[in-house]
Design a protein around this ligand. Structure first.
Ligand SMILES: Nc1ncnc2c1ncn2[C@@H]1O[C@H](COP(=O)(O)OP(=O)(O)OP(=O)(O)O)[C@@H](O)[C@H]1O
Ligand SMILES: [Mg+2]
Length: 613
């Protein structure tokens, strides 16, 4: 394979970036106490004191170069990459991060760069081509044609053509190989042709040929387009090592070397190390990194650093202008909603436990419940009333609790959402809107299946309008539950907490619905839960539908010696229900659906914008 080695910086100078760290220090967040700390002091070595992950780091990555951060595991490579990539808020660090000699603009910089994380966060049910395609559609302004040609080129460059139609997979779903998944992750971030690329461990999980292939793709981009590539690496082979222009060797958060491979060799010799034949210089340096600590004094590093800076004066780098500070998206909001909706639809449709299971569950549960409560709707009397109330209560419990299965899917999406929105791929609001819209028809179908199998079997009021109202209430119930889960999945840290919180809240909603304890017996200080209960409103709707209207009003509920003592109308009055609540309750349920979605948007927006990292 012919490897591109020279670096003539050509093309549009505007898109060349030099990234520089000056006296960078970072310590663990638990011990963070504002900027009132001095790097290297404050007990970095003591067991109880704060732990410095990076200490006085000075380094740079230039346009038209590949800069590799190497070092033993836990040296701080990922942390340094995250800081330079704008993933860790600058207020959490001391020192400076400069982009083209200016302070990094935290909001703007991640949008002009691509960041590939150490873990692959991809949709397991999309194919390789689809994953790249959706990324291209969201990040390129030129529409489907441009996206298609870009994806075709990327797949060719990354050697993914063979697996274009295979599902990515992940977790328990077997998909493409780990190395191929790594290349897809890189592709997803390269799709918009960013001027700066950060990659955490680009070659981990790849065999030496694939690793060299990926690195030479990056090398080609650096050479032909003057991109700035910064990556972390473990044990690169000889041929890969030759592709790096600059090496930053880290050990316990301290820079041991910052410069070319030749300089590293010189430094090793200076430290009286004999590099054995056929041993990779970098690997050898990582092995002896601790002994280097004595020789790689601050002055040595600074010497190289200053020397490199002088060299650098010859390459003129443009300053960031005001236009570049302006945050803009590639697509309009409506286009984003359409693209995200399509992607979301594919994911939902292909997630068997969400789609097929939900459909089968609605149908089977409807038929089973229908046969258990068969024709109880036609009977009159107290017992029949109790049976019917029991049916309503159980159906609501079933419908509201069966939506929690969406939680792991929402949580998986949240990770991807945060990655994509932090790089400016689309607006959080578009995501929430697309997510809501896709569930509307899907849950309508689930509701109709359940309602159709249950309504006529149980024998409720024999009116078509009654059936449609019943179906509408069920649709509102599953939508409410879906929005509720979406909201809490945005809030909770993980699946276990999410499940406990949702189950606990659902339980208390059921308890305070008015079915177990009537409203008048609920202590005043607990009454608010009754009004917040997702059970209360649909439960009342079911009663009004059955015992309201012309047919329901005249229905006998209780009779003594052949004389009817309680009619449907009286029963509703006893329960404190009015016919008009049929619609106001639906409006309240709609309010819950919209309210929980708005809340989920606010939480996600806060997560994406305020607490990055
Ligand atoms: N939020 C955190 N809280 C506590 N310790 C942290 C945190 N983030 C990183 N560290 C610690 O900082 C050190 C550097 O972590 P980092 O992930 O940057 O290492 P690395 O060089 O990328 O390692 P690897 O090669 O294994 O990926 C590690 O000792 C890690 O345990
Ligand atoms: Mg790492």
């Amino acid at each position: 394979m012919e490897l591109p080695m020279k670096r003539p910086i050509s093309g549009d100078q505007r898109s060349h970036y030099r990234i520089e760290a000056r006296n960078l220090c970072y310590k663990t967040s638990e011990s963070f106490d504002g900027l009132n700390w001095v790097c290297g002091r404050g007990g970095g070595s003591s067991k109880r004191g704060p732990k410095f992950i990076l200490k006085n780091v000075n380094c740079e990555a230039r346009a038209g170069e590949i800069t590799a951060i190497a070092g033993p595991s836990g040296a701080g490579k990922t942390t340094l990459l995250e800081i330079l990539g704008g993933n860790i808020p600058l207020k959490k660090i001391s020192g400076q991060v400069l982009v083209n000699d200016q302070h990094m603009l935290e909001k703007m910089f991640p949008r002009i760069s691509g960041y590939v994380t150490q873990d692959d966060a991809l949709f397991p049910f999309l194919t390789v081509e689809e994953s790249l395609m959706y990324s291209a559609l969201l990040r390129l302004a030129g529409g489907r044609k441009e996206a298609e040609s870009r994806v075709r080129k990327l797949m060719k460059d990354l050697g993914l053509e063979q697996v274009a139609g295979s599902r990515v997979g992940g977790g328990s779903n077997r998909g493409i190989s780990g190395g191929e998944r790594r290349r897809v992750s890189i592709g997803v971030e390269l799709v918009h042709d960013p001027a700066v690329i950060f990659i955490d461990e680009p070659t981990s999980g790849l065999d030496s040929v694939s690793a060299l292939h990926v690195m030479s793709v990056l090398r080609r981009m650096v050479v032909s387009q003057g991109k700035t590539v910064l990556l972390t690496i473990h044990q690169p082979g000889f041929r890969i090592l030759e592709l790096f222009d600059r090496l930053i060797l880290l050990s316990s958060g301290v820079v041991m070397h910052n410069g070319s491979l030749d300089h590293l060799e010189e430094m090793l010799k200076l430290a009286n190390h004999q590099i054995p034949h056929h041993v990779n210089v970098l690997e050898f340096a990582i092995d002896v990194v601790d002994s280097l600590a004595m020789h790689a004094s601050e002055t040595f590093n600074r010497l190289h650093y200053l020397q490199n800076r002088v060299e650098n004066q010859t390459i003129r780098v443009p300053r960031l202008n005001k236009d570049e500070e302006h945050i803009s998206y590639q697509n309009s909001r409506s286009k984003e909603v359409v693209i995200l909706g399509q992607r979301f639809f594919k994911n939902t449709f292909r997630t068997k436990q969400l789609f097929a299971t939900r459909v089968i569950q609605a149908l089977v549960a409807g038929l089973v419940l229908g046969t258990i409560f068969f024709k109880t709707g036609n009977n009159n009397g107290r017992t029949a009333l109790q049976t019917r109330l029991g049916f309503f209560a159980f159906s609501l419990t079933f419908l509201l609790s069966s939506t929690t299965e969406g939680l792991p899917i929402f949580l998986r999406e949240r990770m991807i959402l945060m990655r994509e929105t932090s790089r400016g791929a689309y607006r959080v609001s578009s995501y929430v809107l697309a997510n809501t819209l896709i569930f509307l028809p899907f849950l309508l179908m689930v509701s109709l299946l359940f309602a159709a199998s249950v309504y006529w079997l149980v024998g409720f009021k024999n009116e078509v309008s009654g059936f449609f109202y019943f179906s509408l209430v069920i649709w509102m119930v599953v939508l409410m539950s879906n929005s509720f889960v979406a909201c809490f999945s945005a809030l909770v840290p993980n699946f276990i907490t999410g499940n406990s919180v949702i189950a606990g809240l659902m339980g208390s909603f059921f308890l305070f619905s008015g079915y177990f304890i009537s409203k008048k017996n609920i202590p005043n200080y607990w009454l608010f839960v009754h009004y917040l209960s997702l059970f209360k409103y649909p439960f009342e709707c079911f009663l009004i539908n059955e015992y309201g209207g012309e047919q329901g009003k005249g229905r006998c509920i209780e009779s003594k010696e052949g004389v009817c003592t309680t009619y449907g109308e009286m029963f509703l009055r006893q329960q404190g229900l009015k016919e008009s609540q049929k619609w106001t309750n639906l409006a309240v349920m709609l309010g819950f659906i919209v309210g929980y979605r708005i809340l989920s948007f606010v939480i996600l927006w806060y997560r994406c914008n305020k607490i990055r990292s």
